[in-house]
Design a protein around this ligand. Structure first.
Ligand code: SAM
Length: 199
């Protein structure tokens, strides 16, 4: 009901910019950022820039951190914020991955949020290329694991949830699924909050 209603996540704004998220997940982001203090948050899928602005605002409040947000679409109307840098290109393009890796190498604590193309092959490729940038103790968030009948959009086909399952079956020792981050029960990311444990 929440997912299908156009007045919920499609009409959610942060400081006036549309942010395609459930506010309960944004609150969880706030808790993760306050606890783990990432120096760098890499987000794939910028859209209008609302989530990047939200992340930058959280960094302002905790007094540290930068946001690198990646999208295949350029949009000069996106909000400007000193902590946010926009990177144009596909999140799996070698030059984009190289730049994200360069920025991650300069940071002590790195968080990654995957919210671009939600097809399983793309998310799995993002996981292969970008999940290793997450530093131990920090979080990898795979967004919209609810699609493909989990429980919304039953006809979506394999998506982020299936990509996480494949990735974890191949890399079982790098991350644990942190079910505590689903404590509000309503989340778009069931099984998608992953905490890095291994090196
Ligand atoms: C779900 S929206 C992102 C929503 C945004 N994070 C928010 O919360 O407001 C998905 C975005 O991913 C972008 N996208 C699609 N394929 C992509 C790719 N291969 N690499 C990077 N971005 C991609 C789309 O252009 C779109 O803006």
């Amino acid at each position: 009901m929440y997912y299908d209603d156009p007045s919920t996540w499609r009409s959610t704004n942060w400081l006036g910019i549309q942010t395609a998220k459930c506010p309960l997940d944004l609150w969880i982001f706030q808790e993760i950022i306050a606890e783990t203090r990432p120096d760098l948050i890499i987000e794939t899928g910028t859209h209008l820039g609302g989530s990047a602005l939200f992340l930058a605002s959280m960094c302002d409040l905790v007094g540290g951190g930068e946001v690198l947000t990646i999208d295949i679409v350029a949009d000069p109307e996106r909000p400007q914020h000193p902590r946010v840098s926009y990177l144009l290109g596909s999140s799996t393009d070698p030059e984009v991955v190289e730049e994200a890796t360069r920025r991650a190498d300069e940071a002590e604590r790195v968080m990654v949020i995957l919210d671009s193309d939600h097809g399983e092959p793309h998310v799995f490729e993002e996981l292969t290329l970008l999940a290793p940038l997450v530093t131990p103790g920090c979080y990898l968030v795979v967004e919209d694991t609810i699609v493909n009948g989990n429980p919304v959009l039953p006809d979506f086909g394999p998506g982020p949830g299936e990509a996480v399952a494949r990735y974890l079956s191949l890399e079982p020792s790098l991350f644990v699924v942190d079910r505590n981050r689903e404590k509000f029960h309503l989340t778009f990311n069931p099984g998608g909050y992953l905490r890095r444990i291994g090196n």
